[in-house]
Design a binder for this molecule. Structure first.
Ligand code: HEM
Ligand code: HEM
Length: 171
């Protein structure tokens, strides 16, 4: 049994986008100079709100569809660890994207969706809120990176050492 087709599709689309976003966010903030830096900001913000939107669809789909049961070969600890990391991944992806979105809204900076329209603001301008969201957006992407490394390492460990192919549940 596999995850619902929409979960499988969103897993790879969001997964690839999140990895690119962490790299782009890191480079644009610490290494790039204007004007190239602001071009990357433009795509980073548009892609980030798209990830947030896709995550809402993913959570709703996940809540209303059946996940395949965990393989019997996994120990109770492994099942619990997998479920906890999956839950944390959902939570931290949403929190990372939401903190970026709130940071931009609260500092009054328009978010253009790839030049097609402006994304409505979720909150009014507030220096304190913008600062808090900014502080969170400096930490959350790197917590997310740690979770992703754990997640990929665990799936490779099961595939290579335990000969349990979990990938076929998600492709
Ligand atoms: C090369 C990269 C990746 C591989 C090989 C991979 C592999 C997998 C596999 C095998 C599963 C199924 C686990 C199960 O049996 O239940 C899974 C599920 C999951 N993966 Fe990944 N993954 C990758 C990247 C990512 C990234 C970047 C994220 C987060 C941004 C992510 C988030 C999740 C989540 C949340 C689930 C739980 C499924 C759900 O309930 O929607 N994965 N992944
Ligand atoms: C899952 C989605 C997202 C990821 C993984 C992500 C990742 C990152 C990373 C790694 C940084 C660099 C942090 C640092 O080292 O200081 C960053 C900065 C930034 N992000 Fe995001 N981001 C996401 C969503 C968003 C969204 C939705 C927005 C706004 C609409 C946004 C706006 C920004 C801005 C403006 C900065 C630069 C902050 C500064 O100049 O200090 N991000 N992001």
């Amino acid at each position: 049994m596999k995850y619902h087709w929409a979960i499988r599709l969103l897993h790879w689309v969001i997964g690839a986008a999140v990895l690119c976003m962490i790299l782009a966010g890191f480079l644009m903030t610490h290494y790039m100079q204007a004007p190239a830096k602001y071009n990357v900001y433009f795509f980073h913000k548009a892609t980030g709100v798209t990830i947030l939107f896709f995550m809402i669809i993913r959570v709703v789909t996940r809540l209303f569809t059946k996940a395949p049961p965990m393989p019997q070969q996994l120990s109770c600890f492994e099942k619990l660890a997998a479920k906890s990391v999956h839950f944390a991944l959902y939570f931290v992806v949403i929190a990372t994207a939401a903190s970026g979105y709130i940071m931009s809204c609260a500092s009054g900076k328009a978010i253009s969706w790839f030049g097609l329209f402006y994304v409505p603001f979720a909150v009014g301008q507030s220096k304190e809120l913008a600062q808090d969201a900014h502080n969170m957006h400096e930490i959350l992407p790197y917590i997310l990176l740690i979770l992703i490394v754990l997640h990929i390492a665990a799936s490779l460990k099961h595939f290579i050492f335990d000969k349990i192919n979990l990938l076929k549940r998600i492709i």
